[in-house]
Design a protein around this ligand. Structure first.
Ligand code: AMP
Length: 210
């Protein structure tokens, strides 16, 4: 619909609350509680705006294909998705953390070719390729910290916020790969055909972030 805007937001209790707080500053408030409802599509206090509740990587896919006009997703997820098919006009500065290489505090001497466990396969591959370092990447879906402890991998590439999770598992952060925060993404076609309304929303969000 030319005068309707669909915004995809990333699932997760804490991150949903932060995204909704930003949208509330624009007068956009969902009619149902996103954290309690089983719904995935939400009407809002603004008749021309609806919300979709999705996993971060699906936010990128829905925006890329134009089902959602706008999306809010973590930079970590966008890097893995490939950052194609949408604009990234604004850093929403939510969920700020870093992607880091971490290893055991008392690390044994390492072989020439490291095993790296991560769920950020693309980011890790690119990081080591840029440095000309050959590694074997082991894809995991969670509990990355366990990999060096059990000997599955020598090091991990993972998200670090406070560093408490690493510390609790006898690991230390060793190399900084990139900073991560939630970004606003915009479908390229929607940006053209709904320019007025989308540009107004971006500017309102920019002010809300500042
Ligand atoms: P911390 O112990 O504070 O360093 O948090 C690290 C753990 O929390 C990691 O296992 C991450 O998966 C998760 N985490 C922390 N912050 C974020 C974030 N902004 N986005 C996604 N996961 C996060």
């Amino acid at each position: 619909m030319p005068d309707h805007i669909t915004i995809a937001v990333t699932k997760g209790d804490r991150i949903v609350a932060q995204q909704l707080a930003l949208l509330a500053q624009l007068g956009i408030e969902p009619h149902d509680d996103l954290t309690k409802s089983r719904k995935l599509v939400f009407t809002t206090s603004r008749e021309d705006v609806s919300l979709l509740l999705l996993r971060g990587s699906d936010v990128a896919t829905y925006v890329e294909h134009g089902i959602a006009d706008l999306g809010m997703a973590g930079k970590d997820v966008l890097l893995e998705h490939g950052e194609q098919g949408y604009y990234q006009p604004l850093d929403l500065k939510l969920g700020q953390c870093r992607i880091m290489v971490a290893g055991l505090q008392d690390e044994a001497p390492l072989p020439g070719r490291l095993k790296i466990a991560t769920k950020f396969v693309r980011t890790a591959k690119q990081y080591y390729a840029e440095r000309g370092i050959q590694v074997d990447i082991i894809k995991l879906y969670g509990a990355m910290e366990l990999a060096p402890v059990t000997g599955l991998a020598h090091r991990i590439v993972d998200i670090v916020e406070t560093g408490n999770t690493l510390k609790a598992n006898g690991l230390v952060a060793m190399e900084h790969i990139c900073d991560v925060s939630t970004r606003l993404i915009v479908n390229k076609t929607a940006m053209k055909i709904k320019y007025g309304i989308i540009n107004a929303l971006i500017e309102q969000l920019r002010q809300a972030v500042d």
